[in-house]
Design a protein around this ligand. Structure first.
Ligand code: SF4
Ligand code: SF4
Length: 104
């Protein structure tokens, strides 16, 4: 853990949320608010670096190709314990039906 191996080009992310359900580790989550100056009406999804294990299950799930693999992620060079994440606040996404028998 602690190594991000995918990244999202924020300008290409429409916030459609499709990729969220392809991540088994809840590493793809929407920002709580839309950053100032963003051209899309909806807030983007980000890769929560601490949660991403680089399984690449999400690759190919994005209709705008905003998701891409990062071969040597910047977070691999420095311990997240020394440099706490500066990523924006995210919101929890309900991924399962109440009885957890299938995707929400
Ligand atoms: S690479 Fe795997 S863990 Fe990382 S965001 Fe994609 S699906 Fe989630
Ligand atoms: S599927 Fe692509 S456009 Fe949709 S939220 Fe994920 S990264 Fe953004």
């Amino acid at each position: 853990m602690g190594q991000s191996m995918v990244a999202i080009v924020e300008d290409d992310c429409t916030g459609c949320d499709l990729c969220i359900y392809h991540c088994p580790f809840e590493a793809l989550l929407p920002l709580a608010t839309n950053p100032p100056g963003r051209t899309h009406a909806k807030r983007p999804v980000i890769v929560v670096e601490q949660n991403c294990v680089g399984c690449l299950s999400c690759i190919g799930s994005c209709p705008t190709d905003a998701l891409h693999e990062v071969a040597v992620p910047p977070i691999s060079f420095e311990s997240p314990l020394l440099n706490p994440s500066t990523q924006g606040e995210t919101v929890v996404v309900k991924r399962w039906k109440n009885r957890a028998t299938r995707w929400a």
